[in-house]
Design a protein around this ligand. Sequence first.
Ligand SMILES: [Zn+2]
Ligand SMILES: [Zn+2]
Length: 175
Amino acid sequence: MLGHDEHDHHACRRDGLARAEARCEAMGLRMTAQRRQVLDVLLSSHVPVSAYEIIDRIAQHGRRPSPISVYRALDFLLANRFAHRIESRNAFLACSQDHGTAAAEPMLVFLLCEACGAAAEAEPPRLAAMLDDVAERAGFRTKSAVLEMRGTCALCQEAGRTAPLAHHHDHGDHA
Ligand SMILES: [Zn+2]
Ligand SMILES: [Zn+2]
């Protein structure tokens, strides 16, 4: 979107689709044309996109999909960890990792850049262990744990981009 394509993003996108298709085949999942199309939109940018942005982008190259079909495709992609939801932006991001097929939800950390909007993800095992410990002490059964960090990505720091995104999809939570 905002000049965040300093790396070879075509390779990024191609590899992402190839990986997803290989994993579908291995797991007996069906990558339908609609699911593939939605994943392709997510892979086309490191900036998380909302469901309506997904619809608009697909419509640029063909028929406008119905919201329900896009939500269904997103459900599939989220359930099988091909994509993640960025809660604070109500937007979606293609998964850049391989979380395996364990039943337990992986502990994810999202690094959200306020200058360019890009999101990166990490799965830090030591942090997961610490949070397990916190839950255990409280006798709490964790369903999911997602951490969002906000700041400035390495590329933006290098380029001197520091301006915060202008109230981008924020629902009144202020730092
Ligand atoms: Zn992921
Ligand atoms: Zn950035």
